[in-house]
Write a protein that binds this ligand. Structure first.
Ligand code: GMT
Length: 375
């Protein structure tokens, strides 16, 4: 099959899922065309089945806002025609489903039929898409997609509750590729980050308010009072500076390392003992799954779809959003002795196995085949 994928190319779960999906499809001999404004961060173009088409938006003094959707839909029309694409898969409704629909309609005028699959990832529904300024356009583009998927059952329910949806929504969870683990579990250079007696606690995100970064600092503050520990903060975003300030005020600055954005997530997770994800909202929690795949147990909130990933008392613990006290107690419970920690580490990996690429990607392929059959 020839598949065009539209996604955000930056550090963010939806872009990562779209990229990993494209890579997995290419390995299965499908021809994959990424269409976006920058090469996706995790995309390696060395596979001959993978192509990248950059969307350029020329600036013009009259435009206060550059019309990205317009440029994207034009690029889609050109690419779909030139490479005779079979299926268009857009990730994140805003504005990709809208631009995809416009491309579909333009192609229809030329007698070309292109089925469109839209994957809803989370904030495109729960935070941004639901805003009255966007809602009519988002509803329209979901209802006019040929196939709609959501990354968790919880996100499906949110979508049906928040929007007037006439389409069936298929749940296809996020996935990981266990065979691609770049570092072996015995090859972790944890001494680079901490001394042997210290536990390593990690958080990875784009540091937006929805991630409750301040809770992470509070939880770690409580942990380090009981257990020698370091906190690794990986990612960039608006909450990074306030978090750095808070660490200074709490006197834990030397125990917290802000690493910024990283392409070495596997290496970092390899020497991590615990992952924190106390998010306000989280449709799935890909970062938690990536931690689990690296045998890192998870202390999280029970927001959104996280309970579909992190299993209570097995791969970690879940608490109500903002319950820093309980999250800290559970973190200490996991970290306090080597035997308990090892049990949680093994369990985390076992739970992650449920989301292996070989189980999940065939679901997308089956949906593409279904989309192709739609007249
Ligand atoms: O939350 C992020 O950091 C990025 C965001 C995105 O839209 O790119 O991630 C969303 O999509 C991921 C992939 O499907 C999910 O695993 C995340 O849970 C979801 N984030 C939220 O719902 C806040």
């Amino acid at each position: 099959m020839k598949i065009a994928i539209v996604c955000y190319p930056t550090f963010g779960g939806s872009g990562v899922v779209a990229t990993e999906l494209g890579i997995a499809l290419a390995k299965l001999d499908h021809e994959v065309h990424f269409i976006t404004y920058k090469q996706p961060v995790r995309l390696n173009l060395l596979n001959p089945n993978i192509h990248f088409h950059e969307v350029n938006v020329p600036t013009y003094p009259l435009f206060h806002y550059q019309p990205y959707e317009l440029a994207l839909s034009s690029k889609l029309v050109d690419t779909i025609k030139k490479y005779e694409i079979d299926v268009l898969h857009v990730h994140y409704a805003i504005p990709h489903a809208y631009a995809g629909y416009m491309a579909k309609k333009m192609l229809e005028e030329e007698g070309i039929h292109i089925p469109m699959v839209t994957t809803l990832h989370g904030t495109d529904i729960t935070l941004v898409g639901n805003h009255p300024f966007y809602k009519p356009a988002v509803t329209f583009s979901i209802n006019n997609s040929d196939i709609v998927t959501s990354v968790s059952q919880n996100l499906k329910e949110d979508t049906l509750r928040l929007f007037d949806i006439t389409k069936n929504i298929e749940v296809v969870p996020n996935f990981i590729d266990l065979s691609q683990k770049k570092t072996s579990f015995t090859d972790c250079q944890r001494e680079l980050m901490a001394s042997p007696e210290e536990r390593i606690v990690t958080h990875i995100s784009n540091f937006r308010a929805v991630k409750r970064i301040s809770d992470i600092v509070d939880i770690f503050y409580n942990i380090q009072k009981e257990i020698p520990a370091k906190l690794l903060m990986v990612g960039e975003g608006p909450e990074r500076k306030p978090a750095e300030k808070k660490c200074k005020e709490l006197g834990i600055k030397d125990k917290v390392i802000f690493l910024g954005n990283s392409n070495e997530i596997d290496k970092i997770l390899c020497f991590s003992d615990l992952f924190l994800l106390p998010s306000e909202r989280e449709s799935f929690g890909l970062a938690a799954l990536e931690a689990m795949m690296n045998k890192v147990p998870v202390i999280s909130s029970n927001a959104g779809g996280i309970p579909e990933v992190n299993s209570q008392g097995v791969s970690g613990y879940l608490s109500k959003v903002g319950d820093v006290k309980e999250m800290s107690e559970n973190a200490i419970r996991i970290l306090k002795d080597d035997i308990t920690l090892e049990i949680f580490k093994q369990n985390a990996y076992k739970e992650a196995e449920k989301f292996d690429v070989n189980t999940i990607v065939p679901k997308y392929i089956a949906l593409y085949e279904g989309a192709l059959a739609i007249p």
